[in-house]
Design a protein around this ligand. Structure first.
Ligand SMILES: [Mn+2]
Length: 321
């Protein structure tokens, strides 16, 4: 185990049985000595870097707790994906107050994860959206590859780093200014309404970020929209990183996301899009960010939606790759 990872508080008593649950299927990596995983999950519990007050740092644990509610059988395609090998690597160790140090830990943990599991698909569970920058920096540094970003978000996340620091308003800007990713390799799906200031639109145009509105995505439909983006990225990049800011969802579907808005995406639309994303093997990593389980409904509306979204992408990988 990496020095920058710690064992999470939530661990399941795994039961190998006929009615396998997701909690029995995801293997705690610290219980096995050596193994090859199709997918590795890392918790990234940081939210001091969130612009709106957020307990997203509690989300990795809430995510793990929800695993008992899901089966490894996907009814929509009539497939059991239990033979996909998925490991939980634990959580990145965080500093109590120092955000820059937390980001350095995330980067170091990801480098260790990449070294230990060079051929896996990497799933990072935030935390707020600031975590995407150090995760992608580690991927870029370690692989030396050209990385494309498919971002599901209501916001561009291109705020000025001088003014806003390494927060959840600036991850994409940090990566562009740092020369880690090119603007033309960033595709944002889900933009809508009144939530991006003109200066941010200007910044997106300046960097060449591809903006796809929610309306446009709906008009195209999930299959065509994702096929178009992947075809364009396929011409340019070595692999794709998918970042899912759950604030892309309508506030009615994501009460547990501090920055979700009216007029956003529905959960079924997000699931359909991620099912399409799962068909492409040059998608090497994904993160889910900005879910505050303390703000969620008692029914855990948002927490369950993330688990469903994650499983939808995984079952699609299982079927297609
Ligand atoms: Mn965001």
């Amino acid at each position: 185990m990496s020095d920058f990872l710690v064992k999470p508080a939530t661990t399941w008593n795994r039961v190998e049985g006929q009615d396998l649950k997701v909690k029995d299927w995801i293997v705690p990596s610290w219980e096995v000595s050596a193994a090859t995983w199709d997918v590795v999950i890392t918790g990234v519990p940081l939210s001091r870097s969130s612009i709106s007050a957020s307990a997203a740092s509690e989300f990795p644990e809430a995510f793990r707790r929800s695993w008992s509610l899901f089966s490894t059988y996907y009814f929509d395609e009539h497939v059991d994906f239990r033979s996909l090998r998925v490991a939980d690597l634990g959580d990145v160790k965080m500093h109590g107050t120092d955000i820059v140090r937390c980001h350095a830990n995330i980067e170091a943990a990801m480098v260790d994860v990449l070294k230990a599991h060079p051929d896996s698909c990497y799933v990072s569970i935030g935390g707020d959206h600031s975590i995407t920058a150090p995760v992608i920096r580690a991927l870029a540094m370690e692989t030396g590859k050209r990385i494309g970003i498919l971002q599901f978000d209501t916001h561009l996340d291109l705020r000025d780093v001088q003014e806003h620091g390494p927060s959840n308003g600036t991850p994409i800007r940090q990566l562009l200014d740092g020369g880690i990713v090119r603007g033309e390799d960033v595709y944002n799906i889900g933009l809508h309404g009144f939530y991006n200031a003109p200066t941010l639109i200007e910044a997106a145009r300046h960097y060449g970020v591809n903006m796809i509105s929610l309306k446009e995505c709906r008009r195209n439909g999930a299959t065509r929209q994702i096929a178009d983006v992947m075809a364009a990225l396929g011409e340019k990049v070595d692999f794709v990183y998918v970042t899912v800011d759950m604030d892309v969802l309508d506030i009615a579907y994501a009460p547990g996301v501090p920055a979700s808005t009216p007029g956003g995406m529905r959960t079924d639309e997000l699931f359909d899009l991620l099912f399409e994303v799962g068909k492409y093997d040059f998608v090497r990593a994904v993160d889910f960010v900005c879910i505050d389980p303390h703000r969620d409904t008692q029914a855990q509306t948002t927490v369950k939606a993330v688990t469903y979204a994650f499983l939808t992408m995984m079952v699609s990988r299982y079927i297609h790759l």
